[in-house]
Write a protein that binds this ligand. Structure first.
Ligand code: ZN
Length: 80
């Protein structure tokens, strides 16, 4: 059942391959950013500042979306 305010978007198999690659690239980029600690990271108990924690959260979101897309198209989607 569709939730109110949520639209379904259909993309082609070729577009899905590009989106999955873009998500993988974006996740790698965000994880590289998060690995570059800053002065603010050094002063927090979690050893990561809000900005770098946001990078990790965004990387996790990219990975989750890629997993969802991969599952949806697993029958007919070729992995990049
Ligand atoms: Zn930081």
């Amino acid at each position: 059942m569709r939730r109110p305010g949520r639209r379904t978007v259909t993309i082609t198999k070729a577009q899905a391959v590009i989106v999955l690659q873009a998500l993988a690239d974006a996740e790698a980029y965000r994880r590289r950013l998060a690995a570059a600690w800053c002065d603010a990271c050094a002063t927090t108990p979690a050893a990561a500042c809000d900005s770098h924690l946001d990078d990790l959260d965004q990387a996790d979101a990219y990975r989750a979306l890629a997993a969802d897309l991969g599952r949806e198209g697993s029958d007919d989607l070729e992995r990049p």
